[in-house]
Design a protein around this ligand. Structure first.
Ligand code: F3S
Length: 66
């Protein structure tokens, strides 16, 4: 299974829960906003991507099954 993970930079306000809970999928940029280095994830990173999406208070993260 593969997922495509995206962050809507207009919605992200820098809560940081995504990269705190799932640091292998999400990173912080220099201002604390979410950055996703690899948009397509597999294996254990699938669960991490979903956890990050579920825990963003702004619903800025979306995941799509490929
Ligand atoms: Fe942004 Fe949501 Fe992460 S607001 S920093 S995408 S928890």
């Amino acid at each position: 299974m593969e997922l495509r993970v995206r962050v809507d930079s207009d919605l992200c306000t820098g809560h940081g829960r995504c990269y705190a809970l799932a640091p292998d999928v999400f990173e912080s940029d220099e201002y604390g906003y979410c950055r996703i280095p690899e948009e397509v994830v597999t294996g254990a990173l699938v669960d991490q991507a979903r956890i990050g999406a579920k825990n963003c208070p702004e619903d800025a993260i979306t995941v799509e099954e490929l």
